[in-house]
Design a binder for this molecule. Sequence first.
Ligand code: SAH
Length: 247
Amino acid sequence: MRKNLGQHFLNDNYILTKILNYADIQENEIVYEIGTGHGQLTSKLCEKSSNVTSYEIDPALYSISLKNLSEFNNLELVNSDGLTFRKKFDVLVSNLPYEISNAFIEWLITRKFNRAIITVQKEFAQKLISSPNNKNYRAVSVISQICFQLKILDEIPPEKFSPKPKVHSVILQIIPKNTISKQDIQMIKIILSFKGKTLSSTLRHIVKKMEVDHNEFMKHFQSNKRVNELRPDEIYEIVRMLKSLMS
Ligand code: SAH
C-alpha cells in the first residue's frame, strides 16, 4: 500500500452500487474514472457505458487492473496521473485519492462535462460548500461555488474502505455552472490570502502593485467587511473589476 496515493479501496458492493446509481450513466455517455485501483468500480462502469477511460498512477495496480478487467473492450486503462487527462468526457466517477482533492478541483474547472460523482473526505466536501465567515471558507470554496453546483448525496463510514481511513467520507455530486480562467483563480487566491483583513485594505494592497489610477476604483470598495465575509459572487465581481482595471 502506498500511503501518499490515497489508496483506500472500496470493496463493499452495496456502496459501489450506490455510487453507480447516483452516477445514473446512460450507455452513450463517455465515462472517466480517476484511480482504477483493482478495478471494482471500473468494471461496474463498463457495464453501464460503452466508453470508459480509467487512469491509475501506481504501476503495480495498473498491471493488476489490466488483468482483472481484460474482458472489457469498451475500456481504456492508462498508467498515468489522472489530472493530465485532456480528452472529452460526460460523467466523471471517482473514489478520489484524498491527496489530490485541491488539485482535482482546479483541473475540473478546466473541463467540460455533465456531472461528477466523487467520494471525498467529509471535511473536504464541507470546505467546498462552506459559507462566508465559516472557519472552513477558503479560496477553494469560493472557486467551487462560482463554478459548480455541489451536493453531498451520502455518507460512507470508514469501515467500508480497506484499509480503513481515519476520517469519514461522503459521496459528492458536482454539476458545472460556470467556468473561470487560471488568472481568475489566481486572483481569488490572492484576495482570500488576506483572510481577516477588510476589503478596503486588501484592495489597497493589491492595486498599489498595479500601475493604474485606482482612486476611482477604490471609491467603490470602502467596505469594512472582511474578505472572508464576502460571498463567492461578490468576490468574483471584484475580480472582474480588477481585471478591467488591468486591461
Ligand atoms: N477505484 C478504486 C481505488 C480507489 S483508491 C476503489 O474504489 O477501490 C484511489 C486510487 O487512486 C488508488 O489506486 C491510487 O493509486 C490512485 N491514485 C492516486 N493518485 C492518483 C493520480 N494522481 N492519478 C491517478 N490515480 C491516482
